[in-house]
Design a protein around this ligand. Structure first.
Ligand SMILES: C[S@@+](CC[C@H](N)C(=O)[O-])C[C@H]1O[C@@H](n2cnc3c(N)ncnc32)[C@H](O)[C@@H]1O
Length: 292
């Protein structure tokens, strides 16, 4: 049976819907990728052509129901626990020390956000690293939130059940400590699950009430064009406290784009690490910061 493919015109129209809804920019070369991903939605909805699928996306009533599936189909959700060893070494040492210092003489609270959390590995890694390394852990009040545009990955995150790829960077001892292994799957213990919650959110929108001491924004900016990146930088940094830390991904497009550098209100520290001005006297040691 011949595989149904997007025409160039269909691609343009559907790519525009993706851009308008999620800010994700798909160049023409992605036509085969998009065809492959959306073919699964055609099958699920028992549709014969992309034209029929487009009609659903353009129908205000039917679109609301399809949109979460559509966005889930077109986003890239690659992630795993302890992704980027350098980052997590930095987190477990100098970054925790800095966060502790910022709270001297204040309530011992930490608000952490994994923006574009995908299926939760980054947010849960932060929870695990804090349990392992934060001095006097029990005396802290910690809230960690993961946000993403894809409802499918958020459901997976809330379930907290992972395959062996997700945990491939963890030691056996860590896996044993923080997961229960059942039916070849790794189930996070409630100790870790209960530290994190997940919320649907589009990165370009403000995050009302957000006062984050630490925000991860890794491996997502590269999907956006410059105007969208600017919107995201503003929305994300607005929701950080003065002195808050922003961690961006292995590939940091901000550094290499003058327009984004100008739009970034946080001060570059070194690869992957930014600090929002206006904090107290705490000093962030960067000896072992993230390497790009
Ligand atoms: C590659 S994953 C990154 C996961 C994790 N931060 C990491 O670095 O391992 C990118 C995530 O960004 C999400 N995403 C894409 N566009 C988004 C948007 N406009 N708002 C919120 N999340 C978005 C996708 O759904 C996907 O889960």
């Amino acid at each position: 049976m011949e595989l149904v493919k997007l025409t160039a015109e269909e691609f343009d129209r559907i790519a525009k819907i993706i851009y308008d809804r999620a800010g994700i920019y798909l160049p023409e070369q992605k036509i085969n990728l998009l065809s492959n991903r959306l073919r699964k939605r055609l099958r699920a909805l028992k549709l014969a052509t992309f034209g029929e699928y487009e009609a659903i996306l353009k129908d205000a009533n039917r679109c609301e129901e399809e949109l979460p599936h559509f966005l889930s189909a077109v986003t890239t959700n690659e992630t795993y626990f302890f992704r980027n060893e350098d980052l997590w070494n930095f987190f477990s040492g100098d970054l925790i020390r800095y966060l502790v210092e910022t709270k001297k003489g204040k309530p011992k609270t930490l608000h952490i956000r994994s923006a574009a959390s995908s299926s939760g590995e980054e947010a849960y890694t932060a929870a695990i690293a804090l349990r392992e390394k934060l001095p006097d852990f029990a005396s802290w009040k910690i809230s960690i939130i993961g946000t993403d545009i894809s409802k499918r990955v958020l459901d997976q995150a809330r379930e907290g059940v992972y395959n062996d790829y997700a945990v491939h960077k963890m030691s056996k001892a860590q896996i044993k400590r923080w997961f229960v292994c059942k039916d070849d799957k790794f189930h996070l213990t409630d100790q870790i699950k209960s530290m994190v919650r997940f919320q649907h959110h589009n990165l370009r929108d403000p995050f009302p009430g957000g006062r984050f001491d630490l925000t991860f924004l890794r491996n997502v900016l590269m999907y956006f064009d410059t105007p969208m990146k600017k919107l995201v930088i503003k929305a994300v940094t607005d929701s950080m406290v003065p002195g808050g830390v922003l961690i961006v991904g292995d590939v940091d497009p901000i550094r290499t784009t003058p327009e984004l550098n100008e739009a970034m209100p946080c001060a570059y520290q070194r690869a992957g690490v930014y600090l929002k001005p206006g904090g107290g006297t705490a000093k962030l040691n960067l000896e072992r910061a993230v390497t790009a």
